[in-house]
Ligand binder design. Sequence first.
Ligand SMILES: Nc1ncnc2c1ncn2[C@@H]1O[C@H](COP(=O)(O)OP(=O)(O)OP(=O)(O)O)[C@@H](O)[C@H]1O
Ligand SMILES: [Mg+2]
Length: 294
Amino acid sequence: MKSAIDTMPNLKLFRQGKVRDVYDLGSELLLVATDRVSAFDCILPTPIPDKGKILTQMAAWWFEHTKGVVPNHLITADWKDVCKRHPGLAGLEAGKFEGRSMLVRRAKRADVECVVRGYLSGSGWKEYQKTGVVCGQRLPAGLQESSKLPEPIFTPSTKADTGHDENITRDALAALVGKETAEELERLSLSLYEFASRRLAACGLILADTKFEFGTLDGRFIAIDEIVTPDSSRFWDAKAWKPGPSPVNFDKQFIRDYLEKSGWDKRPPAPPLPHDVVERTTRLYRDALRMVTQ
Ligand SMILES: Nc1ncnc2c1ncn2[C@@H]1O[C@H](COP(=O)(O)OP(=O)(O)OP(=O)(O)O)[C@@H](O)[C@H]1O
Ligand SMILES: [Mg+2]
């Protein structure tokens, strides 16, 4: 989903995502996480103050801690280091970049969202209710919303340039990218999920589900974009968790719930968010960052 949101005129734009403005620095990219928020694949008109900084700090923390599990694109999230490597950037207004920018290696993106689910929620729950299956994988009968799955499952989805991403089966993924690549993406995703969910459990959080992106660099896959943030994951409070709707969360479920209740038809333009929803989201994102990185 593209938008006409202002970017830096003196930098070459590589891509404008829903949340990030990505600038082209040759073999490297500058990922600038804005305070934009998306829900149901649509950018909302109301920014969430500090969200871009929180996401950047959290993703950088995970990239640092998981690089032994799966290599990733991060070079540095320190603006001074970014300017050392690219002196041409030093003249930019630091306040617009500091804390929300990551210098990364540019990769050839696999156009697939690599979702791992340890619990039943969101589109997985909707599919299960209708069919007992999620992305082609049959699950035990009698699961409730938010139930823990017998084991984490890989449930890829397409990465649509416009409109909604679509869940696909692992066979469909294999047909799209080749069997070996599909298996590799699944293996990498499950390893990252396992590492992150173990770490989060120690912080009192459940990683209900999460989405990774990978790209190839020098013939091997690396994790790109962001990992294990409240934008790309569902974080639940482990103490309060029980099967059923509305687990206590530290992610953007609060925004989704508001939008569901608002009667919006999920087609752009999205309605603005009220002040209390915005404030609460910033608070939840901050809490998540503190819990994970402390
Ligand atoms: N290392 C990298 N190499 C190439 N592309 C990258 C890299 N890291 C991130 N990207 C791409 O940069 C963009 C980041 O923007 P953002 O996270 O806002 O996108 P998105 O809205 O989540 O996804 P998209 O617009 O691609 O559907 C994404 O398109 C992502 O795939
Ligand atoms: Mg993204």
